[in-house]
Each structure stands twice: as structure tokens, then as C-alpha cells.
Design a protein around this ligand. Structure first.
Ligand code: COA
Length: 349
């Protein structure tokens, strides 16, 4: 059975740099608070109308495809991970198929938030190993800036997130010394509401026309297409930051060890760990827990913030571009996020 290798990798971030100082114009915060709690100095925001989650994904994909030495017409499956799709439906995968003039191939959207890229990578890995596809495009892309609460009410979240995209091309390899060794996916829905965007969603019928609302026993009350939803900020992400932090610092080291143990490695064998760029303090905590050296953990959250499904491919791409990942190196990707979901992938580059 073939293994799966990353044959090409690309990234895209918008030109517009937003510093912590820039955010002070909109909310009660400080550069010191943001840097001390999160490590973030600046992030990128996409152009309001000209850039979308899909267009950023396409830019990253073009580079990944070129680096893989193929063309968009060679791609036989698309997997697109995002929590900020261009449309509620259809997903971004089909928009990539259209934008890149690809064949009428399958296109799958993955909705696993910060774990989205590792879930997507794992899905692609199974299709390659089974022999079903030969060139899979996996994209993680987010346009968070479209929907954050930039008032003081939303400051605990809005200072953290940024926009960007990363992409990889997956291909089969018969080389024993390269490719994805294993992937590990987990979830625990008990805490689903701790990090979530509640609306628009079907759970409370907020979007029903009035007649249908009456038909449904008139339970809509003040929530009918109303400002109540907006007044309660349910159209913005909600996060209980401390609960997320506490769970992340346990689950990320656990899922890294799961991958290392399954393949007979120890943390000291890692050339580099690419953790989800949630918060620099979380990365530092993981580094300490696993007794890793500074050069074994890659962080770029300082410049991009948390880009959710894009964060791991963005960090992986930059680490590779900076020459920190070479052929045969042991690389671990590890994520944690809304759901909760957490995941890892161990690979030989
Ligand atoms: N600027 C200034 N003050 C802020 C602020 C901001 N941007 N955001 C929140 N505060 C205030 C709070 O209102 C609170 O004030 P109070 O003490 O007067 O009530 C105080 O700072 C502490 O808030 P708290 O939420 O307890 O801070 P914290 O130390 O937990 O840090 C996070 C907040 C979000 C940085 C931290 O919890 C975190 O990083 N959690 C993990 C988040 C994460 O990784 N999410 C992505 C998961 S994929």
C-alpha cells in the first residue's frame, strides 16, 4: 500500500497588516495585554470585497500545485477546511474547482475549525492510501475579519484571529522514508458551546419566515429574525478562553504522544513540531511539557494571529520555506479547537 507524501505546499496572506495598536481605535485594549496573553503582535485582514476565503485558498493552492510540478487539471479531489466559508452553502471546495477550471472532480468541505486542516489531511491520506486518488488538493483558509465583534464586548476574541490560507498537494509515495506515518483524530462534544458561533443556525429557528414560525407553535417570540440574536452577539464567535486554554494544554501533548508512541518515536526525535497557532502561551506550555528545544517548535502566531484551519499549513509552509524542514525530517502537526476537536499527524518529510 502506498503512503501519502506532501508533494507541494503554498501559502497566502493578505497584504493588509493590522497591528495591536490599530485595534485600540475600536476597542478598549492594549498592545501589552495582547502580547502578554497571546504573543500576537499583528495579523492580516483580507480586502473586504475583493478577497474571500476561497480566493485566498486559490492563491495558496496555485503555489502548492506549481511546487508539486503539476497543473490544476491534474488534481483529482479537493478538500477544503474552513469555518468562514464564502457562503453558508455551497462550500468553498466547489468554488475552488470553478476558479481553477479543474475537471469535474469531487470537492469536500471539512468543518472542524482549528483541527480542520489535520482532519482534511487525514481524509486525503486515506484516499491516497486506498489508491482512489493520485493528486489531492488540501486547503485551509479563513477570513475571520468579516465577522468579529470589534467592540470592547468582543475583545477577548477579536484580538486573536487573523486571515490567511495554506494548501498542500498530496500524492502517493512508495519511499519508505517519507510520507504521512499516521494521523489521530479526536472529539468531545460535551463542550461544544464553549467555543462556538451559535447563529445563524437551525437550533432556534431564527431564520424562519413569520408564517412558518406561527406554524411551529409560535415559539419564535423575540428571536424571530430579530435583533435579539444580534443584541446577544450570537452572530459573533463566543469563547470561554480559560476553559479552552486548560483543555488545549492537556489534549495537544496527549495527541502528539499518541502519534509518537504509535510509530516508536520520542519527543526528542522530532525535527519540528508545528502546533496549531492558537496562542503563543499554549505553544510554550506544550514545548515545556514535552521538553522540546526552541528550534523544535515553530511559531508564527506573532505575525498572523490565530488563522484557525489555515494556521498549521501557514506555519508548515513558512518553516519549510525557511529551510527548517528537509527531506527525511520527522515532523508533527498538532491541533486543538472548537468542538472540542483535536488531532495530530506524524510525517517524514
Ligand atoms: N484587552 C484587554 N483586556 C481584555 C481583553 C483584551 N483584548 N480581553 C479580555 N480582557 C479582560 C477581561 O475583560 C478581563 O477583565 P476583568 O478581569 O476586569 O474581568 C481580563 O482581561 C481577564 O480576562 P480573561 O478572559 O480571564 O483573560 P485570560 O487570561 O484567560 O486571557 C485569553 C484570555 C483569550 C487570551 C486566554 O484565555 C486564551 O488564550 N485562551 C485560549 C484561547 C484560544 O487559544 N482560542 C483558540 C482556540 S483554537
Amino acid at each position: 500500500m502506498p503512503k501519502t507524501k506532501i508533494a507541494g505546499i503554498g501559502m497566502y496572506v493578505p497584504d493588509h497588516v493590522v497591528s495591536n495598536q490599530d485595534l485600540i481605535k475600536y476597542m478598549d485594549t492594549t498592545d501589552a495585554w495582547i502580547q502578554e496573553r497571546t504573543g500576537i503582535k499583528e495579523r492580516r485582514y483580507a480586502h473586504r470585497t475583493e478577497e474571500t476565503t476561497t480566493t485566498m485558498g486559490v492563491e495558496a493552492a496555485k503555489i502548492a500545485i506549481e511546487r508539486a510540478g503539476i497543473t490544476p487539471q491534474d488534481i483529482d479531489f479537493i478538500i477544503f477546511a474552513t469555518l468562514s466559508p464564502d457562503y453558508y452553502f455551497p462550500g468553498c471546495g466547489v468554488l475552488v474547482q470553478r476558479a481553477m477550471k479543474m475537471k469535474e472532480i469531487g470537492a469536500l468541505d471539512v468543518r472542524n475549525q482549528c483541527s480542520g486542516f489535520v482532519y482534511a489531511l487525514s481524509t486525503g491520506d486515506q484516499f491516497i492510501r486506498s489508491g482512489m486518488y493520485k493528486n489531492i488538493l488540501v486547503i485551509g483558509s479563513e477570513k475571520h475579519s468579516f465577522g468579529l465583534d470589534f467592540s470592547t464586548r468582543g475583545r477577548n476574541i477579536s484580538v486573536i484571529f487573523g486571515d490567511g490560507a495554506g494548501a498542500v498537494v498530496l500524492q502517493p509515495t512508495e519511499n519508505d522514508n517519507s510520507g504521512i506515518l499516521s494521523t489521530h483524530l479526536h472529539s468531545d462534544g460535551e463542550s461544544a458551546e464553549i467555543l462556538a458561533m451559535y447563529n445563524p443556525g437551525t437550533h432556534a429557528n431564527h431564520w424562519l419566515p413569520q408564517k412558518l414560525a406561527d406554524f411551529n407553535e409560535g415559539e419564535m417570540g423575540d428571536m424571530f429574525m430579530s435583533h435579539a440574536m444580534i443584541d446577544k452577539a450570537q452572530n459573533f464567535p463566543f469563547m470561554d478562553g480559560q476553559s479552552v486554554f486548560k483543555k488545549a494544554v492537556v489534549k495537544i501533548p496527549e495527541v502528539i504522544m499518541e502519534a509518537l508512541n504509535q510509530n516508536g518515536y520520542k519527543p526528542s526525535d522530532l525535527k519540528i513540531l508545528i502546533p496549531h497557532q492558537a496562542n503563543l502561551r499554549i505553544s510554550q506550555y506544550i514545548q515545556q511539557t514535552l521538553a522540546l528545544r526552541d528550534d523544535q517548535v515553530y511559531n508564527n502566531i506573532q505575525r498572523y494571529g490565530n488563522t484557525t484551519a489555515a494556521s498549521i499549513p501557514l506555519a508548515l509552509c513558512e518553516a519549510w520555506q525557511e529551510g527548517k524542514i528537509k527531506e527525511g525530517d520527522l515532523v508533527c502537526l498538532a491541533s486543538f479547537g472548537s468542538g472540542f476537536t483535536w488531532a495530530s499527524a506524524l510525517l517524514k518529510w
